[in-house]
Design a protein around this ligand. Structure first.
Ligand code: M6R
Length: 616
């Protein structure tokens, strides 16, 4: 939530910052603003709404030349999405400009304290207090902005990334982080601060990870990192292994369409280097000792949204392969219910961004209970992998559209690799069984490609159903989380009532929703797998059809039995049961994307949402 960019160097700061904000807009689009230092004064422009509104303002009210600046794109928490609540916030004396991502939990207290000494606050945000506190500390520290920042941070509670500039020190940007993302881009005669490397990737691919409770000061030629007490800290250097083009639309109208199309490559990349020539699994990143993995008595997956659906899919596979019980828990619920985890639990945190606050807090709780923690993550240098005992990266490349697509498929693949690895290490699987499944996985990019070649019927169907008030999704076994994922995609993109159900659960209540013409999408299990699943879902299909539902079957090639019961059939390649989510999800992504487009909605930036949810 909220995108943050800071720049100091030789270039026009405004251009660098606005280009960075364009790449970070997926993090929040309630308002945008920039501040630069020119001729010993601060210039600030900000506007409610998407970045384009700010750009229009900058066209009619240009900013002065400057080589130092900060910029912000906001997902509103405290205070509505208005001009006055847009960042940057400026101290009353006009000296400091501040941008913030996160929530300052003790802001009410700090606000009251500031008001008591006569400070007039001009917004409804929690963030503004930081600007006034900083200006007061600058007086006490004789203009030492990093030290002023450290002093302010020691007073703040909650989660924050802060960037500040002081008109008195024109070649300096200072940042701080606690529980919110901030990375440093290291350039030649220029340096960058940002929530995400995408903001500076066109200038440099060399980056530094900041740890918790650290303050960073950048000038054109130096990066200095300390903790909140001023002790120097060595930040970890990393190289970003994708380039700027990976974060662009590359000829597609929408990031989501591009990311759907990238899924075969994303799956292939996530497998690469992890399967030996001898078809054995080799996970060099697995920094948890094999002896520890042999003692694991349960696996707990913590994740949110789409990532949680990936975890639900993985549960079926990991339990089947390893016979270790797997619990899948919404991260936002986990730590509040006193979960039973300990040293013999393996807690797997799944997160595309690596910054989701609910998942991070659940991870920390698991660690505090002594559990071994393993992240499945797509973002190198992000907080969740940094704080986990080990990480398995998904090599999906940057996912920019708010709706998660390629991350989902690669999260399933990564979780499957972990399941197979546990099976290999614990000896619960025969080697030839592991080899067969790895071969199946290796064939999935080709299968997903086949699905992508045949999406036109799905698109046509979405257009046909554009006026439907509600769509229901049914699945069984691994098809159940796929149904949940199909419904989530439709809700978040097309703003339609959509719900996913375990098909067998329908008769216990939800079937009352069925009336004439209600579209019901059914993820049909393979008849070649466990035939009973197929038979049971056929019965469920008949139950809804008998009550007037329009049945859309997602069924494998060659499954002729569905024809008698379905109004529409979307064909997917015939694959083994546990692989089916990797092909069955794709038409549902396309369906939601096309539905939103047909409804004239903003697919990449749906209302009220942000890509990376860094507040609880
Ligand atoms: O970055 P994460 O994977 O931790 O994000 C988790 C969810 O916020 C995310 O999957 C969300 O549900 C997607 N927007 C759904 O498409």
């Amino acid at each position: 939530m909220c995108g943050i960019v800071g720049y100091v160097g030789q270039k026009q700061a405004l251009e660098v910052v606005v280009a960075g904000l364009r790449r970070l807009e997926y993090r929040g689009y309630d308002s945008a603003g920039v501040a630069v230092i020119a001729d010993g004064t601060l210039a600030v422009r900000k506007r409610a709404g998407k970045l384009v509104n700010l750009e229009t303002l900058l066209g009619s009210d240009p900013m002065p030349d400057s080589t130092t600046g900060i910029g912000h794109t906001r997902w509103a928490t405290h205070g509505g999405p208005t001009d006055r609540n847009a960042h940057p916030h400026v101290s009353e004396d006009g000296r400091v400009a501040v941008i913030h991502n996160g929530i300052i939990e003790n802001f009410a207290l700090l606000r009251a304290e500031l008001e008591a000494i006569g400070v007039t606050l001009s917004s409804d945000t929690d963030s503004e207090v930081a600007a006034h506190l900083l200006s007061a500390e600058l007086v006490r520290t004789d203009g030492d902005l990093p030290e002023a920042m450290r002093r302010v941070c020691r007073r703040l509670e909650g989660a924050f990334t802060l960037l500040a500039i002081d008109r008195a020190t024109p070649d300096l940007v200072v940042g701080a982080r606690r529980n919110s993302p901030l990375v440093v881009g290291v350039g030649d005669g220029e340096n960058f601060l940002a929530s995400d490397v995408a903001a500076f990737i066109e200038h440099t691919r060399e980056a530094l990870e900041l740890g918790q409770d650290q303050v960073v000061a950048i000038t054109p030629d130096a990066v200095v990192v300390t903790d909140f007490d001023g002790q120097p800290v060595d930040a970890t250097v990393f190289h970003v292994d994708w380039d700027a083009s990976a974060a662009e639309k590359g000829g597609y109208d929408l990031f989501m369409l591009k990311e759907i199309a990238e899924q075969p490559k994303a799956v292939a990349d996530s497998l690469r280097g992890r399967i030996t020539a001898g078809h054995r699994l080799q996970l060099d990143e697995m920094r948890i000792d094999e002896s520890v993995l042999r003692e694991v008595s349960k696996v707990v997956v913590i994740a949110c949204g789409t990532a949680a659906h990936a975890g639900m899919v993985a549960k079926y596979a990991i339990e089947h392969w390893t016979r270790i019980p797997v619990e899948v828990e919404l991260a936002s619920e986990f730590r509040y219910r006193d979960p039973i985890v300990g040293p013999d639990s393996l807690v797997i945190a799944i997160s595309q961004s690596g910054e989701t606050m609910d998942t991070l807090m659940a991870l920390r709780h698991a660690k505090s209970q002594g559990a071994r923690t393993l992240a499945i993550c797509n973002t190198v240098g992000s907080t969740i992998p940094r704080e986990s005992d080990a990480v398995l990266y998904t090599y999906a490349g940057p996912e920019v559209a708010v709706a998660s697509t390629k991350a989902f498929l690669t999260q399933i693949v990564a979780a499957y690799l972990i399941g197979l690895y546990l099976g290999q290490v614990r000896g619960t699987m025969f080697e030839d069984e592991i080899r067969r499944i790895l071969d199946e996985l290796a064939d999935m990019p080709r299968r997903v490609d086949l699905v992508l070649d045949t999406t036109e019927p799905v698109r046509a169907l979405a257009r046909e159903l554009v006026a439907a008030p509600s769509v229901l999704f049914l699945g069984r076994h691994v098809g159940y989380p796929v149904a949940l994922e199909g419904a989530l995609k439709l809700k978040e993109l097309a703003y339609m009532h959509a719900e996913g159900f375990a098909a067998g659960e329908l008769k216990h209540g939800p079937i009352a929703l069925i009336e004439d013409g209600v579209p019901v999408v059914v993820v049909v299990p393979s008849p070649r797998g466990r035939a009973v699943l197929h038979d049971k879902i056929m019965s469920n299909v008949q139950e809804v059809r008998a009550r007037g539902a329009v049945v859309i079957a997602i069924a494998e090639e060659g499954d002729e039995a569905v024809a008698a019961f379905a109004d529409h059939i979307i064909r997917i390649p015939a694959v083994p049961t546990l692989m089916q989510p990797l092909v069955a999800t794709v038409p549902l992504q396309v369906f939601a994307c096309e539905m939103a487009t047909a409804r004239g909605l903003d697919v990449d930036q749906p209302r009220n949402l942000a890509k990376s949810v860094t507040v609880e």
